[in-house]
Ligand binder design. Structure first.
Ligand code: CP
Ligand code: NVA
Length: 308
């Protein structure tokens, strides 16, 4: 079953097919109203279930619009509104939904819940964010880089700043599978997942973990960051203090150079991981990045449903 759980399991050929389809479909509907279906409506007669254990703006709206543009429909619910919230198992939930819909997107606290759903659902399951990874977002980021620069991501250099969180883990996977350089500027104690790092390095990934912001960004093609406190994590003065030297501000962007794009998956915490001058500045591509969630979700859905 072609689940979309993580970038490494999709593999290089699958990721490239998804990216190319997203570029092509986006170009084919230039100037159209957003609710108009694509000419071929390839997912007519298909329904996606979306289950959220955590809040979402971009993932929710982009998957919903993606299904509409592909000619299909969605059912959107929070996990708490389902019997899941009263203790029905993920395995039984998977078996039932697999009889009722064509694919499931899950945003969950624990990656194990996602894997459990995929194990028991004989329809495609898509990772809409877990504590470990956020693969849909990283593919949208790569789409944005390729669109803005006109260059393939392969061979580029990305600089991640701040927390070694789910976004960092998926970026590490992407770098090692697709073949681009990644520098991570992360303070001690907040490293990315060790298993993700070890697997990516064993795959031959060019990944450097640095402890200072300036050498991380120097000459990079992309400077990318995320919130210092992810959903479900406790806020602490100690963590904010450790992160502050990794804030993306105008001085740090100047060290990166004029060629560097700024990316952020959003929501942003202005004044913490990024300043207004950067996120609203000329090097920022964050609104294209948010729009590209839609275009990449469409290609991910088509890949999962055997339509690429
Ligand atoms: N970037 C992202 O996944 O946003 P949401 O949490 O709003 O879905
Ligand atoms: N790292 C963030 C990403 C939000 C889209 C979180 O998990 O909250």
């Amino acid at each position: 079953m072609p689940h979309f759980l993580d970038l490494a399991t999709v593999g290089r050929a699958g990721l490239r097919a998804i990216l190319d389809a997203a570029h092509a479909r986006k170009a084919a509907r230039t100037g159209w109203t957003r609710g108009r279906p694509d000419a071929d409506a390839p997912l007519a007669d298909h329904t996606l279930a979306m289950i959220f254990e955590k809040p979402s703006t971009r993932t929710r709206f982009s998957f919903d619009m993606a299904m509409r543009q592909l000619g299909g429909t969605t059912i959107v619910t929070s996990a708490g509104e389902m019997q899941l919230g009263r203790g029905e198992t993920i395995a039984d939930t998977a078996r039932v939904l697999a009889r009722l819909v064509d694919a499931i997107m899950l945003r969950t606290n624990s990656h194990e819940t996602l894997e459990g759903l995929a194990e028991y659902a004989d329809i495609p399951v898509i990772n809409g964010l877990t504590d470990i990874s956020h693969p849909c977002q990283i593919l949208a980021d790569i789409l944005t880089f390729e669109e803005r620069t006109g260059k393939p991501v392969e061979g580029s250099c990305w600089a991640w700043l701040g927390d070694g969180n789910n976004m960092a883990n998926s970026l590490i996977e992407a770098a090692s599978v697709l073949g681009f350089d990644l520098r991570l500027g992360v303070p001690h104690g907040y490293d990315p997942d060790q298993a993700v790092m070890a697997t990516a390095c064993a795959r031959g990934g060019s990944i450097d973990l640095l402890r200072a912001a300036a050498p991380t960004v120097e000459g990079a093609d992309v400077v990318i960051t995320d919130t210092w406190v992810s959903m479900g994590q406790a806020d602490s003065k100690e963590k904010l203090g450790a992160m502050m030297p990794f804030q993306v501000n105008a001085a740090l962007m100047a060290k990166a150079g004029d060629q560097a794009l700024f990316l952020h998956c959003l929501p942003a915490h202005r004044g913490e991981e990024v300043t207004d001058a950067v996120i609203d500045g000329p090097q920022s591509a964050v609104w294209d990045e948010a729009e590209n969630r839609l275009h990449i979700q469409k290609a991910i859905l088509l890949w999962c449903l055997g339509k690429l």
